[in-house]
Design a protein around this ligand. Sequence first.
Ligand code: FNR
Length: 426
Amino acid sequence: QNDVYTAGIHGRKPTVPADFAELERRARAKLDRRGWAYIAGGAGEGRTMAANRAALDRWAIVPRVLRDVSRRSLEIELFGQKLPAPVLFAPVGAGALAYPDADVHIGRAAAELGVPYIFSNQGCAPMEDVAAAMDATSPGAPRWFQLYWSTDDRLVESLITRAEKMGAAALAVTLDTTMLGWRPQDLNLGSLPFARGEGIDQYTSDPSFWEIVGERLREATGEKPEISLGAIRTLFSIARNVPGDLWKNPQSSLMKRLAAPEPRAAVQTFLDIYSRPSLNWDDIASLRERTSLPIVLKGVLHPDDARQAVDLGVDGIVVSNHGGRQVDGSISSTDALVDIADAVGDRTTILADSGFYTGADVFKALALGADAVCIGRPHMYGLALNGADGARDAVANIIAELDLTLGLTGHTDVAGLDRSALKDLR
Ligand code: FNR
């Protein structure tokens, strides 16, 4: 049963375009310049994004015939959870640039499909609120939490505790963003999301964050902590409603209100807290001791790193170049997936993301050794166009095409996929 396709046969349109190219075009028309730059943009000259596409195109699907594909299943099991399809909603921060209360709507979308939503550490809603919205849609709907490892262990500890409490089935630790990459589209517009107060709600809903901010601002400015704390709260809550560049408008009354507590220091303080450039293997070993949740390392591209991760006892890897947003000229997700599946495919769970935008793309990833695929920009574009329904349908379309591709290539389940389904054109 393929609901999307059946609806198409009966003349019902999906709420968002069924092909990625049109989905992207329509989202571009809908988003403002800054939102488009941040969501669609890549690192540097965009070469990694291009490589992600080109590498996928160097594998061709070779269909088989006469294999009775009348009954098919996309089901998989991931860390003890049965899932209806081998896809997840990738963690995406600052989603409110696309749609108000982005995370809550994405949570509903994922809950309706029954596939996991990996909450971003830079989400636009506290994780507890997103979890509640998912439970209201479908009790116990699968969710994971994605951690950016803060420079302060108190915040790391607090975020993990909250994630455990809100029912995270796994913890994805993102390793490729110890610093934000070179993002010319954002830089040219003078618009990095945090400076606009987007993507900070996991932090601002965390008591330990305010404790740390207070201490650091006191050190930086000599202010009394009460004054600094009040000021930074005001800054972050107002900044999200201010269009344009907060800092370039010294006449604004907002600037006057914020002048005393050094708003630049406040934002710099946030940037200093959110991610830890000194992160290393010892930290991951300590995390293994700290939590019994499955640990998945996101952003692994080198097979040696994959081996070390598995030796250390992590439960899975997300082969990812962050949607081509971090290192320009990086290895493509597909080339890295091939290397990593060869290195550790029989020893760990492998997820992949970055540039998998259609059912056929996901099919190739599975055949090359991925156990599941995370979808990033497609669900953001769907969200931008039509909120929760759009985010849901963007991913439902991918799942529906995957189901057809499976059947049309002579397969009845995803476990049966391997490289014999593909021809290597490299
Ligand atoms: C991301 N990504 C990301 N990853 C992460 O671990 N934490 C985050 O907060 C974010 N934020 C984020 C914002 C936006 C706008 C995008 C597009 C991406 C990366 C994301 O999880 C995933 O790796 C990529 O999006 C996958 O590539 P595609 O599907 O977008 O090509």
